[in-house]
Design a protein around this ligand. Structure first.
Ligand code: UDP
Length: 409
């Protein structure tokens, strides 16, 4: 028996009762840093809405990276499933989420569960809800790399959630097309933008960077700052070592360049970074940053170099050029609009070319963000509200199935 397998979820906060009659209950589930960042604006909007009662559950798939997000957005978790274990695998995480969330679903009986993206938490949450015939809203639906095995296991998680979801909230028209190509009913798909843009706007408006980051910005003033993040499984090993060596040599050669790298806690990243980048001039290795600090660094960057998904969606809002440390991306809009360039194994060439000729770097500030305008969460919550409050909804429909105009769900 796995340690803690039968432990029931802990309810850590009071659930707010919405005023008015029979509010619909929405359970919001997340487990990792990007999910929490992207669901924070949705939780804000839901809590503002009279017709919804919001329950927040965290699987805590990644506890250390998640905690600062909960802190900065003041998210109160009602149920902490506490699934994280050393050396966890998708199967250990998935099994625990299924078991522990099931108890919460049985107790709370939400009308809808909202899951975000493509983590094992999101898939297991959707599957647990499906097995209890609870409606599923999938936020950031329709991303596809086209390769079931890459990114692993995220591409499979996304596709599986699409098969189970009742409502698909897409960031872009391209995401919608990916779903209709898989015969998902068009009437259940809504293009709203990505909620990460809302989260970024909120943070830039409401939170100042810490003293530590202000000091770092002062210290690197006048330098061309490269902000680096890398943590994906596909980047581990030789590819990561090569990219880090390229950056080390590039910064060494060009005295007006600095690299700033919040180092992901994954041991594969830590070991390679320690070996290649530790104790080098104009090279700043940091612990993972809270969102306000990271946003301030993105804003102050000359160039962002990253294999992150979320960063591809954020860079355009800040007008920052991005080199994507990947062979392909399920966010082609970033490349198509010209804000980002796919580097594959050619980081050295891309760095040298864009240092010698900065015209691309200087031109991207004017590009509109293809991933949204900062209103995605409001749109999602308004759509849910319309669905549940539709005048045409009869009592019978409310019990068995719901209709909004032609939308039957
Ligand atoms: N991020 C952060 N602190 C950091 C590095 C990244 O808050 O030190 C944010 C970043 O702005 C983005 C999200 O974390 O919103 C991306 O998370 P990650 O790269 O772990 O996941 P991915 O987006 O690749 O799924």
């Amino acid at each position: 028996m796995l340690d803690g397998f039968q432990k029931t979820a802990t309810r850590t906060g009071e659930i707010r009762n919405a005023p008015g009659k029979s509010p619909r209950k929405i359970l919001v589930l997340f487990g990792t840093r990007p999910e929490a960042i992207k669901l924070a604006p949705v939780i804000f909007e839901l809590k503002k809405h009279k017709s919804f009662q919001t329950v927040v559950a965290s699987s805590s798939q990644h506890t250390n990276l998640l905690a600062p997000v909960l802190e900065i957005f003041k998210i109160k978790v009602d149920y902490d499933l506490d699934v994280m274990t050393p050396n966890q695998t998708p199967n250990t995480v998935g099994a625990k989420v299924l078991e522990k969330l099931d108890a919460v679903l049985a107790d709370e009986k939400p009308d809808v569960i909202l899951v975000q993206g493509d983590t094992t938490t999101a898939f297991a949450g959707a599957f647990a809800a499906f097995n209890r015939k609870i409606k599923i809203g999938h936020i950031e639906a329709g991303l596809r790399s086209g390769n079931l095995l890459s990114p692993f296991p995220e591409e499979a998680n996304r596709r599986l959630i699409s098969q189970l979801a009742t409502f698909h909230f897409c960031a872009t028209d391209g995401n919608k097309r990916n779903l209709t190509a898989e015969n998902i009913n068009e009437k259940t798909i809504f293009v709203c933008g990505n909620t990460v843009v809302d989260a970024l706007h909120f943070i830039l408006k409401n939170k100042k960077p810490s003293a530590k980051i202000k000091k770092l910005l002062a210290e690197t003033h006048g330098l061309k700052r490269i902000l680096l993040t890398t943590h994906r499984r596909e980047s581990f090993g030789d590819a990561m070592a090569e990219n880090l060596e390229t950056l080390r040599d590039f910064v060494f050669k060009n005295k007006d360049v600095a690299v700033i790298f919040p180092v992901h806690p994954n041991p594969n990243v830590r070991t390679a970074t320690e070996k290649i980048l530790a104790n080098r001039e104009r090279t700043f290795l940091l612990e993972p940053l809270d969102y306000a600090d990271f946003a301030a660094l993105m804003k102050a960057a000359w160039l962002i170099v990253s294999d992150s998904g979320g960063v591809q969606e954020e860079a355009p809002s800040l007008g920052k050029p991005l080199l994507v440390l990947r062979e392909n991306t399920e966010r082609p809009e970033a490349i198509e609009t010209g804000i980002a360039r796919l580097v594959g194994g050619n980081l050295k060439r891309f760095l040298e070319e864009n240092y010698a000729d900065e015209s691309w770097i200087n031109s991207v500030g004017k590009i509109a963000n293809p991933f949204g305008d900062g209103t995605a969460a409001k749109q999602i919550v308004d759509i849910l509200s319309q669905i549940f409050n539709a005048k045409a909804q009869s009592r019978e429909d409310a019990k068995n199935n719901m209709k909004v105009g032609n939308l039957k769900v």
